[in-house]
Ligand binder design. Sequence first.
Ligand code: HEC
Ligand code: HEC
Ligand code: HEC
Ligand code: HEC
Ligand code: HEC
Ligand code: HEC
Ligand code: HEC
Ligand code: HEC
Ligand code: HEC
Ligand code: HEC
Length: 312
Amino acid sequence: MAKLMATSLLTLLISVVPAQATPWDKLDSAQLEQKLTEKFSEGKYSPKGADSCLMCHKKSTKVMAIFDGVHGDMSNSKSPMAGIQCEACHGPLGKHNRGGKEPMISFSPDSKLPAETQNSVCQGCHNDPKQMAWHNSTHNLEEVACSDCHNVHAAKDPALDRLTVNDTCTSCHTRAKADMNKRSSHPMKWDQMTCIDCHNPHGSMTESALIKPSLNETCAECHADKRGPFLWEHAPVMEDCSSCHTPHGSVNDNLLKSRTPQLCQQCHADDGHASRMTSQAGLDAFSAGKSCLNCHSKIHGSNHPAGSNFAR
Ligand code: HEC
Ligand code: HEC
Ligand code: HEC
Ligand code: HEC
Ligand code: HEC
Ligand code: HEC
Ligand code: HEC
Ligand code: HEC
Ligand code: HEC
Ligand code: HEC
């Protein structure tokens, strides 16, 4: 009985996997690239454009979905569909249609082609100044492909939709995903905020590909009140919000890296009054878990003439 079940499971698996082996499946990535380069130099494009592809590929709803998006828009003179159509991205047809003798440029995450090769196809059309930062971006250097984020065979590219872009990013960035579900976080869980409110997916001049020239300026986009100027400035606030906050999520309130008083005592040696305060557990001043903040409540800075200690 067990054996019978195993056999039928196997049959089931075989019939589910469309094991359509192709001659180019056997090529390694270098051979594949070589083959495609030859094909390009022969330059045998199909005179019938997309029609010649669709005779075999129109059964796939995914393939057909390109006609619902910008790349399938024939009225845009720059769109592939107004030119050599499918072959603008997948390369010349050559003998691909004859018994599957030749491969096409493929893009999916399991494509054997290096990301750089795949990306160069997209960059043939997308080379405007907005793409400038890409070259030095971590994503480029880590061989992330344009099509790892973008889906061109779709009516609406999920990377361009505020309601789905977080999913695109967290499909790789699992730690950021875990963080955004912590007790304190930016409201990304329900997509009111997205990763690209702070990051440029194509890279930027800043470390961590932030949208502004510095971390503090990025935060100030939305939290301008914390930027000052203040009459009395708290040095770390002016220098680096991330000396106290973590941007993605924290188990502490207010995205704090640690709780008071430890947070403060990283920098403020426990020799002043602060040490006396902390050694007296249960002191009123430390009630409600606010610790140092009970008195130093204007922690980001103060505009009060007597606010040098951030107490008002
Ligand atoms: C005679 C039928 C036929 C024609 C015409 C045809 N293809 Fe294919 N194509 C196939 C088969 C068979 C495969 C391999 C199985 C599969 O992935 O569906 C394939 C695979 C592909 C792949 C995936 C390659 C990979 O490595 O996974 C792409 C991309 C592709 N074709 C694009 C095109 C384009 C673009 C055209 C037109 C310029 C075209 N095909 C014309 C039959 C055809
Ligand atoms: C703007 C560039 C572009 C154009 C134009 C384009 N494709 Fe694609 N194609 C892609 C990318 C990128 C993928 C990988 C999709 C993904 O992310 O899985 C892809 C995937 C495919 C696949 C594999 C799909 C699968 O089921 O996994 C086929 C087949 C294909 N395209 C055929 C076509 C045909 C036929 C046309 C013309 C009607 C066309 N493509 C036009 C970029 C393009
Ligand atoms: C033949 C030129 C061409 C190629 C090749 C091409 N694109 Fe495009 N792409 C366009 C045009 C035209 C638009 C429409 C916007 C415009 O007019 O600038 C566009 C728009 C886009 C957009 C914005 C989509 C939107 O809905 O606004 C994305 C994202 C994009 N392309 C990604 C890609 C990726 C990824 C590739 C490679 C797989 C690629 N493109 C290859 C011509 C091209
Ligand atoms: C890490 C994910 C990711 C990668 C990799 C990526 N993009 Fe994007 N791209 C995005 C997101 C997200 C947006 C939307 C940006 C916005 O709305 O501010 C976008 C926007 C775009 C746009 C439309 C807006 C514009 O800037 O013109 C184009 C075109 C585009 N990308 C092309 C590319 C190309 C070409 C590549 C590869 C060289 C690429 N992208 C790589 C995520 C990515
Ligand atoms: C295909 C996987 C993949 C996807 C999808 C992806 N990333 Fe990345 N990303 C990486 C890899 C790999 C690195 C480098 C290793 C690391 O820092 O985790 C990276 C690094 C980063 C960094 C650090 C950059 C730096 O210069 O230090 C940021 C920020 C980032 N990604 C944001 C995003 C955002 C925003 C999105 C969605 C629009 C996104 N990523 C989508 C793979 C991906
Ligand atoms: C409120 C702004 C903000 C948002 C929203 C945001 N980030 Fe970040 N992210 C930052 C800052 C700031 C840093 C640099 C952290 C540092 O230097 O301490 C960073 C660092 C990173 C890094 C590199 C360092 C690391 O922690 O691995 C990655 C990857 C990253 N972010 C991915 C994401 C992803 C994915 C999302 C969406 C789920 C996202 N970020 C949302 C501000 C943000
Ligand atoms: C695109 C806008 C935006 C940017 C940029 C931004 N924030 Fe926020 N921030 C928000 C929003 C929205 C909330 C939630 C406010 C609320 O719930 O009332 C928030 C909440 C917070 C909170 C309180 C969290 C809590 O649990 O109550 C802190 C702390 C914070 N942000 C710090 C930062 C820091 C540090 C940066 C820079 C790395 C930053 N923010 C960048 C929009 C932003
Ligand atoms: C010295 C540590 C420290 C630094 C540096 C710091 N913060 Fe805070 N931040 C705190 C503390 C502590 C709280 C909680 C205040 C409370 O409970 O009253 C807080 C709360 C917040 C809040 C949520 C409550 C509110 O007042 O809206 C935001 C937003 C915030 N900080 C943004 C920033 C930004 C932006 C920067 C950089 C310009 C920054 N913080 C730098 C310690 C710091
Ligand atoms: C990253 C280091 C750092 C952290 C964390 C930090 N501070 Fe500070 N703080 C400083 C520096 C630097 C000064 C300026 C010292 C000076 O001018 O002598 C300062 C100044 C102050 C002052 C004013 C001192 C004076 O001379 O009047 C008070 C009060 C203060 N901090 C309280 C706090 C409290 C409360 C916390 C925790 C919520 C905290 N600080 C967290 C670095 C830090
Ligand atoms: C009961 C109120 C109160 C609490 C709680 C409190 N402080 Fe203060 N703190 C003050 C006052 C008032 C001053 C100004 C003292 C002076 O000018 O002599 C001050 C001064 C400071 C200064 C300036 C230099 C110094 O040591 O005199 C620092 C730094 C400081 N506090 C840090 C902290 C930290 C860290 C905590 C939490 C562990 C804390 N304070 C808790 C009231 C408080």
